[in-house]
Design a protein around this ligand. Structure first.
Ligand SMILES: *Cc1c(COP(=O)(O)O)cnc(C)c1O
Length: 233
């Protein structure tokens, strides 16, 4: 069997997103497919862009900055860049100013560093707050019960635009459980949105679970393997 081309994979995923939208009465234009290109070479990013993808995500600061620089030199302004991985404070300068949306704000100290960067560069930074709804110890993200105090604390950071929430669901094939986790994130975002108007985005759903995530309200899907195949090791 001949391996599917990137274009065919994109079509297949878009079809599934559309069907999930139909099942849940949603508008497909409200769902952004982010291609998570981590570990793949820049040529893969350019190829996927040529095949019709405009949103790309990376999870390591150095790799993100290098790919951003390379691609922007060739396709200036054509791509919306997402940073989806854990962000250390000493890497803020590599990521902020390059990412259109940082998905992984998860501590007041990181918020402070981002605010400082934004003030120094006279910028505003769009961020999602990462929440650990699966409760796995290994995951980054705030505990759900820390979200409200966190939001109260970061409201003083006037350079940060909080756009919503992000999560990684449990790595299980248990649809009911995954759905519960996505619903939890949606409800947390609804509550947050009552006080912070800009909180509308839900970044949830990856290769294994993006259709469920769409059904439960995801606005940003972070898909790697289903687009690019298994990651080189
Ligand atoms: C790698 C990664 C993804 C994509 O995972 P796939 O299972 O390959 O689709 C999504 N989100 C984050 C934060 C990642 O690090």
């Amino acid at each position: 069997m001949v391996a599917a081309s990137i274009g065919q994979r994109i079509d297949r995923i878009r079809d599934r997103i559309r069907l999930a939208c139909e099942r849940s009465g949603r508008d497909p234009s409200a769902v952004t497919l982010i291609a998570v290109s981590k570990t793949f070479p820049v040529e893969t990013v350019l190829e996927a862009h040529a095949a019709g993808l405009n949103d790309f995500g990376e999870n390591k600061a150095q790799e993100f900055a290098a790919k951003h620089e390379y691609v922007e030199a060739r396709r200036p302004g054509e791509i919306t860049w997402h940073f989806v991985g854990h962000l250390q404070r000493n890497k803020v300068k590599l990521v902020a100013g390059r990412a259109h949306l940082i998905h992984s704000l998860d501590s007041p100290r990181l918020a402070r560093s981002l605010q400082d960067f934004a003030e120094a560069n006279d910028a505003e930074l769009e961020c999602l707050v990462q929440v650990n709804v699966s409760g796995e110890e290994s995951k980054f993200g705030l505990d759900p019960d820390r979200l409200q105090p966190f939001l109260a604390e970061v409201r003083e950071f006037d350079r940060l635009r909080l756009k919503g929430l992000m999560t990684l669901a449990s790595p299980v094939e248990d649809d009911a459980r995954l759905r519960r986790e996505f619903v939890t994130l949606r409800r947390l975002n609804e509550i947050a949105g009552n006080t912070i108007d800009s909180m509308r985005y839900l970044s949830m759903g990856m290769s294994a679970d993006y259709e469920l995530a769409v059904e439960e309200g995801a606005t940003h899907l972070r898909v790697g393997t289903s687009l690019f195949g298994p990651r080189p090791t």
